[in-house]
Ligand binder design. Structure first.
Ligand code: FEO
Ligand code: CA
Ligand code: CA
Ligand code: CA
Length: 671
């Protein structure tokens, strides 16, 4: 039997239908304004973007593949104002590239031309851009604002926390291992209560190349760590180290032990990436700080929760198949007076450099534990495959190799843990589990927290079985305490295509107005935003997944209840032979049209990622990432955002961009 949760709250908009159109579709009564797009100039004197591959100077333009974003308010005098809905700083991550659209034609092969590599490097990172409402939510950005800033893979950074100064962090750039250059593959984010921005380095490993000979130059310990983090390419994603130059901004992307002088040694450069990085958006001159106490992994996002008098908690997914959910807990207890400090990065030092890292184990009975990753309490990581036992040297080693430590303590591998979000009323933490496949998690690899294994008839090969539509899990800390070492959990929602008649697949009972696949972005509305009528509104964004034959990626609004309010559901799993094999009984909270509804559908081949509102809830900002990502320079597969306002030439190149969505009657979004 299934207990259907009844919610008194109702979403106040007509669902956006699934579609494959090359525009952003929103409900009737809403309007879309295209804001900053890849290439837009954010400094005085920089030319308008030609969008034909000839543009340069990406260190003064909006980067590519805009991802997570946050709006930081400014008052009319240009000072921080958390309540302002008329003026603010839009801070956005730039995760990766659609490099076929950055150059006149396809990217040149290796050895890469220097000018192409510079453009590609600088198109990564973070942007800070001033946005203004000139009246009645007429939004535009300020090209010459003094706050505007690009942070790129070349921006000087400070390493902080227990791993700063470790011998494992020493590079030719930083002989004492306390400084670094830049940030890359910035995915999701986090917001601190003291008004700084946390950017998260996700798939950084692929940018590095290592010569084939490096395998014989490294210790067994180093090889274990490099393999565990996937620093295994011989060229790196974009081959930047192949540029014919001795400039270390290119050579550092080759992480080989090259036997040359110390001035060229970047063997430890990969250890400088994989961190949560804190940025003060209000101080364009400040050097971002890499917070090593939060551990090194493929960081998706970092949801930070404060409770007065309690320690600060930061919840973090490590997005890869079979990776883990982590929590950082500060040693200092939260003092609300720190929210208004002007030395914002100094407040970050207090709460984010001194604390304990934990990793989650989900038990079958609906309880869970946070396992400490503290030197002296972590056993050696057992030998695995051709790799010998790994003996941790100190806390810096544990933080730099957090995945190895999490393996050693027996954490629960998850179906791609992506964004974390906290319900501001209940304090419960939600986590998207985008998907998994049979090759990474076979039928006998299911567990209570990752319980589903079935086939999607639309997909083929090893990816067709597993958990192709994903799910969302949530947890409640014991006593509501950020520092708790135990928690209760359930599964909030399972992705499914409502056209799939198999009730073992559509466990949450999704219908045409709210079915979705592969949840990724996840964010609760601001507490100052009354949408949700007492229940905070949850936004769910999707990535690619198994429904893109039926609809482009989308964003849904939800009014979730609490852990344990769903009914227990027994599902029968099956493998590729069709044989049913494993049964799992899980807590699944069925969705209803009133509590879950599709709000937006994006253009062709995009992913929806990044969401915030103004504090009044009347403007919603959403990131549209990589439209037309599978097209070519001469035959783009999307023409968005130009296509948003009507038909355009089929050769117009698509651009990642932020959209501002407003209600035509000026009301609060989704209410
Ligand atoms: Fe960058 Fe896991 O999404
Ligand atoms: Ca993501
Ligand atoms: Ca994604
Ligand atoms: Ca994508």
């Amino acid at each position: 039997t299934t207990t259907v949760r009844v919610s008194p709250a109702v979403l106040g908009f007509a669902a956006a239908p699934k579609n494959l159109n090359d525009i952003v579709t929103v409900p009737a009564g809403y309007s879309v304004t295209v804001m900053t797009r890849v290439g837009d100039p954010i400094a005085a004197g920089v030319s308008a973007y030609a969008n034909n591959g000839t543009d340069t100077d990406f260190a003064r333009r909006i980067g590519d593949h805009g991802d997570a974003l946050i709006f930081f308010g400014l008052d009319s005098a240009g000072a921080r104002d958390d309540t302002s809905s008329a003026r603010g700083l839009m801070v956005q991550n730039h995760e990766n590239l659609s490099d076929q659209y950055l150059h006149p034609g396809n990217p040149s092969p290796s050895p890469r031309p220097q000018a192409e590599a510079i453009k590609e490097i600088e198109a990564h990172g973070v942007s800070v851009t001033e946005y203004r409402d000139s009246g009645d939510r007429t939004w535009s950005y300020v090209q010459d604002s003094g706050f505007n800033r690009r942070i790129t893979p070349n921006t000087p950074m400070t390493l902080k926390g227990p791993a700063a100064g470790s011998a494992m962090m020493v590079t030719a750039y930083s002989p004492d291992g306390t400084a670094g250059r830049g940030t890359i593959n910035n995915c999701a984010n986090g917001l601190t209560d003291w008004a700084t921005y946390l950017t998260c380095e996700e798939n950084w490993a692929g940018y590095f190349g290592r010569d084939a000979s490096d395998a014989t130059a490294r210790t067994a310990r180093e090889l274990t760590a490099l393999a565990r983090y996937g620093v295994t390419s011989t060229t790196g994603n974009y081959g930047w180290s192949s540029v014919a130059s001795a400039d270390t901004t290119f050579t550092r992307w080759n992480a080989s032990v090259i036997g040359a002088s110390a001035s060229a040694d970047f063997r430890n450069e990969p250890n400088q990436y994989g961190w949560v990085v804190e940025i003060d958006p209000y101080d364009p001159a400040s050097a971002p700080r890499k917070r090593t106490a939060l551990g090194r992994m493929g960081h998706e996002g970092a949801f930070l929760r404060t409770v007065e008098g309690r320690k600060v908690g930061v919840y973090m997914g490590d997005d890869a198949r079979r990776e883990y959910l982590y929590k950082y807990v500060s040693n200092a207890t939260w003092d609300p007076a720190d929210a208004d400090a002007t030395d914002r990065l100094g407040v970050g030092d207090k709460y984010l450099d001194d604390g304990a890292l934990y990793v989650a184990r989900f038990n079958a009975d609906g309880t869970g534990e946070w396992l400490p990753l503290t030197f002296g309490q972590v056993p050696n990581r057992a030998a695995s495959g051709s790799f010998p036992e790994y003996v941790f040297a100190d806390q810096a080693d544990i933080l730099i190799n957090a995945r190895l430590a999490a393996d050693a303590v027996g954490a629960t591998p998850m179906d791609r843990p992506e964004w974390t979000a906290g319900n501001p009323v209940t304090g419960e933490i939600y986590l998207t589990l985008t998907n998994n496949n049979a090759s990474n998690r076979p039928l006998n690899g299911t567990d209570a927290a990752n319980p589903r294994h079935y086939g999607d008839p639309k997909l083929s090969g090893s990816t067709s079985f597993g958990n192709p539509q994903g799910h969302i899990i949530r947890l409640r800390e014991t006593g509501g305490d950020t520092a708790a070492t135990t928690f209760a959990w359930d599964i909030y929602l399972f992705g499914a295509d409502s056209a799939d008649a198999d009730s073992n697949v559509n466990i949450s009972g999704l219908a045409a107005n709210n079915d979705f696949s592969s949840p990724d972005g996840l964010w609760f509305s601001r507490t100052s935003n009354p949408a949700g009528q007492g229940k905070p509104l949850l936004w769910i964004q999707t990535d690619d997944g198994a429904m893109t034959d039926r609809s482009n990626c989308m964003m849904l609004a939800a009014l979730p209840g609490t852990v344990g309010d769903g009914g227990a559901v027994t599902i029968t799993n099956r493998d590729s032979t069709g044989a049913t094999a494993q049964q799992a009984t899980i807590a699944g909270a069925p969705a209803t049209a009133a509590s879950l509804r599709r709000f937006l559908v994006g253009p062709v081949e995009c992913e929806i990622t990044g969401v915030d509102t103004t504090p009044d809830g009347r403007t919603l900002f959403v990131g549209i990432q990589h439209p037309g990502e599978r097209g070519t320079p001469t035959a783009p597969s999307s023409n968005w955002p130009d296509s948003q306002s009507g038909s355009v030439a089929a050769t117009v190149r698509p651009r990642s961009a932020i959209v501002a969505i407003t209600k035509d009657d000026g009301g609060i979004i989704a209410l």
